[in-house]
Design a protein around this ligand. Sequence first.
Ligand code: F6P
Length: 382
Amino acid sequence: MIASYPDQAVAVLFSGGDAPGMNAFLRAIVRLGLNREKIAVLGIRDGYRGLVRTARAVNGDTEAMVRLKQDIATHTGRAGLISEQLHIIQMDHASVSGIMGKGGTILGSARCLEFHDKEVRAKVLRLLKGLNVRALVVVGGDGSLTGARLLAEESDLKIIGIPATIDNDLQFTDMALGVDTAVNTLVWAVDHFIDTARSHRRVMVLETMGRASGDLARMAGLASGAEMIITPEKGPLKAADMERLAAKIEGAMTRGRGHAIVLVAEGVEFDPPQKRNRAYVLMDAFQQYFQRAGAPFQDLEVRPSVLGHLQRGGHTTPQDCILAARFADCAWKAIGDTSSGSGITALRKNIVEIVPYGTPDMPERAEFSHEMEQLHDDLSSW
Ligand code: F6P
């Protein structure tokens, strides 16, 4: 008997690189589901991979589906979370208690190459139907939302996407979940590097994440006062460009400056291409320039740091927690609205709304990126 398996449910999964704010979103979507909508929320473990594995295990077998529903119904909340086998957990209040500010995602996240296969997606859609799922909420970045769009195109299930990525490279929303926290972490990191840069009169080259977008580096540069930001949008760096940047730093040193923090986004490319991390390539180029014959600061040292996954963790900022709650609220409204279909939540001019998959880039986003860089330069004391 499947006494307590819900007649209808909304499923939520986290996919791709984790982003701070995912747990705050989970808490909000579950609590709003239980308190306001009276609809059960199924948490999917490990993103699309959890769905694919479960769909494969059930494999269209009616009895296997009955057993799965029994398992879900008898291992709700924390019992489900600690069971290694179960990839689908019926969430309750206690299971999302105390997680709001925690980085990462308690349900786990993964990248799932198998999901590129249409037949695999068809199996997953059959599974969701069998589990009485009336809407699937997909939280993640570009690749994850592409998966969500494909599911929406291939079924009549409502698929709601939630932008969550520290890269802030989704141009249909002003902000994605996790960006504010990552910027905060970068400001904290820059503050630490400044202490040692000042003491040793050094140039610190710090490589940020962000994929092909320079937004994370730009925002962190503007918020931390880092002396220089190098972003990918201006095209690949040639040797002459790196010399020009080094000359700028040297010029500042000549005018009495003692140190410099340089933020370089991981999307920056070089001409000719380089295999090593950007921070190391720039360190060599700068060091070579500073040590040229007759240079004024031949003992000026450069140190590189690749900040890496540090940027994805840590305590979620209030701003991200608030955005998570607003996205969850918007997602539930979209699920309840029978006159509208699938879509993605977006923050546009401080309004959270649903936009269709494939919504064109907002021109304001590119303008804002440009303005940020200009503002950073105008605020410089160099
Ligand atoms: O998309 C988020 C992100 O952190 C990027 O900034 C970075 O390039 C990538 O994920 C790193 O991926 P992984 O965690 O798989 O190494």
